[in-house]
Design a protein. Structure first.
Length: 160
């Protein structure tokens, strides 16, 4: 009997050169009912350094967690049928369909549109002109939220 080997499906991400049309930003804050994440651009490390509830998000090794590309995907969020033993309800994020997304890479933010036709298909991200949004090589973190992120442009960021 021959075993079949499944191949990984594309999640839809496209990696490549930095597109034009981004706006320089220093920081983003993403809020949920029970948590706040922020990401600060590090020119030295060429990645977004993450904080969770105003504390640096550290790996066990002590390294600050953070991706080269941070996706903030605007989705509908509603209570799901799942919960915990304390009565907390697990949120359901609607990731099939389309909507707005902010892609953060190389110290810039890009306004894009996300599209995912079916539950078993990948999610694509496109620039306003229809071109695919290229992600930076390296880690990608995706934040699903229904609240607009707070973006701090580099020109208005306080310098130390």
């Amino acid at each position: 009997e021959k075993l079949s080997v499944d191949t990984a499906k594309s999640v839809g991400f496209v990696f490549g050169d930095l597109p034009e049309g981004g706006s320089p930003i220093q920081k983003v804050v993403i809020n949920w009912p029970a948590a706040t994440y922020s990401a600060q651009w590090s020119t030295e490390e060429s990645r977004w350094l993450l904080s969770h509830n105003n504390k640096l998000n550290l790996a066990d090794s002590g390294v600050v967690l953070g991706p080269t590309t941070l996706v903030i995907q605007m989705v509908e969020i509603s209570p799901s049928e799942y919960g915990d033993k304390f009565g907390g309800v697990t949120p359901l994020s609607k990731t099939v369909g389309s909507g707005r997304a902010y892609i953060l890479r190389d110290g810039q933010v890009f306004a894009t549109t996300w599209n995912r036709a079916f539950p078993d298909s990948g999610t694509t991200f496109n620039l306003p002109d229809g071109a695919a949004m290229n992600f930076a090589p390296g880690q990608v973190w995706v934040a699903l939220t229904d609240r607009e992120p707070e973006l701090t442009s580099r020109s208005t960021a306080k310098t130390k």
